[in-house]
Structures are given as C-alpha cells and as structure tokens.
Write a protein of this length. Structure first.
Length: 230
C-alpha cells in the first residue's frame, strides 16, 4: 500500500506539473486593453487612422467631443473627423470616451495603436460594426474603408482583434484566449478527484493498520491466556 501511494503521488505530481505548465502556455498573455490598426495601401498624406463605430441608443461611450484625444492628435473640434457622421458612423477617438490615442507609426510598421478604457471584447461586443477612417495630420478624412461586422465573443472570453486595412478593404480576425472561468473550473476538476482519491487511500491505510493492530492484540491476548493455563 505504501508503495502504491508513493507511485500515485509521483504520477500525480508529473501530471500536475504538465497540466499547469500547459495552462501557463495556454494563459495567452495578451494585453486586451490595446488595439492596433494595421494599415496597407493607405491614401497619400495619411498621418493616422481611426475606428468608426455606430452609436447605439443612449450609448454610454458617446461624447460630444473628446478633448484629450484631440490634443494628442493635434486636431480641433472643427476637423473633418470630429464632424464625420456618415451612415451613423462616428469617430471612436473624437466622439467617444472608450479609447485613447497612443501612437501612429506609419513609416516603419504602418500601424496605429489605441489604448482602450475597457477590454476590447466588451467594447466590440457593444459596437458590432466598424469602419476605419484614414486621416491627415489636420484630422481631415481622406478615405473610409468598407464596413465589417465583428464576430461575437461569448463567455467573456479574452480576445485579440486583428484589424487590417488594404485601401478600401477592411478585415477583422479574432484570436481568443481561454475563457476566464476555465482558470478556476479546470484546476478544480483536476484537483478534487485527486484529493478525494488520496483521502480514500489514506483512510483505507489507517483502517487496515487499525485492524492489524487489533489482530495483534488478540493474538497476544490469546498467548497470555495459554501461558496462564499452563
């Protein structure tokens, strides 16, 4: 029994380390408070790009004008991006309070980076359709991509949105990590049976030891009685 317990513990430790090593690799270390827009074949004169979204009724993210982003972009309230309202689509940076402009690197990587105030899966589950606007340094809209409908992310699963443009074409792919609840549920499903099995093995072992002890006492008691009879 002692050997079986040692073998079980050794095997379980190996499985435990493999499992949590896999969970660590599967943990999907991505900052979902950042959103990149990758640009290709942008119009000449493009200095930055912005995501255009459709406001919803009583939209909690809507704002008359986002002065912080205007200052970071170096544009005014009268610029074309701030005034843009075609097909009910408006600027995420200038007409909402859910994102902050981070940087526009169009020389080397052709990417615009936004910092989000909420996780991007929550944000894009809220705004279901998007476009991308190419803008010059003064905030004039040079061109707008086609509209795409975003895939719904369920169970509050963390997601990385790969938003890419190619001229007027827009694509959005989603790379998802494990749902948050799996970080709790899966370890519990692994640990609980193991703990129960170990408890059963220990209980059986204690019971057998007690039975063996009682048997030894009976034998010793019988030997003492035989000695007295002699």
């Amino acid at each position: 029994m002692k050997r079986a317990v040692k073998v079980f513990i050794a095997v379980y430790c190996v499985l435990f380390m493999c499992f949590f090593g896999g969970m660590t690799a599967f943990a999907w270390d991505v900052d979902i408070r950042y959103q990149n827009i990758e640009l290709k074949n942008a119009p000449s004169g493009t200095a930055f790009a912005d995501i255009l979204v459709k406001d919803r009724k009583n939209d909690k993210y809507a704002a008359d004008f986002n002065e912080e982003n205007a200052r970071l972009l170096g544009v005014t309230k009268d610029c074309g991006l701030a005034a843009y309202d075609k097909d009910c689509c408006t600027s995420m940076l200038l007409r909402h309070n859910c994102a902050v402009f981070d940087k526009a690197d169009l020389t080397e990587h052709s990417v615009v980076c936004l910092k989000l105030n909420v996780d991007n899966n929550k944000l894009f589950n809220h705004f279901r359709k998007i476009k991308v606007a190419y803008c010059d340094r003064d905030g004039n809209v040079l061109a707008v991509t086609d509209e795409v409908k975003l895939e719904t992310v369920v169970f509050n699963t963390p997601a990385a949105y790969i938003i890419q443009t190619d001229g007027e074409m827009l694509s959005c792919r989603i790379s998802t990590g494990p749902p948050y609840y799996l970080m709790v549920v899966v370890p519990v499903l692994v640990l609980v049976p193991a703990i129960v099995l170990i408890a059963v093995i220990i209980a059986v072992r204690v019971r057998r030891k007690a039975e063996t002890s009682k048997m030894i006492k009976r034998i010793q008691s019988g030997e003492a009685d035989n000695e007295r009879k002699e």
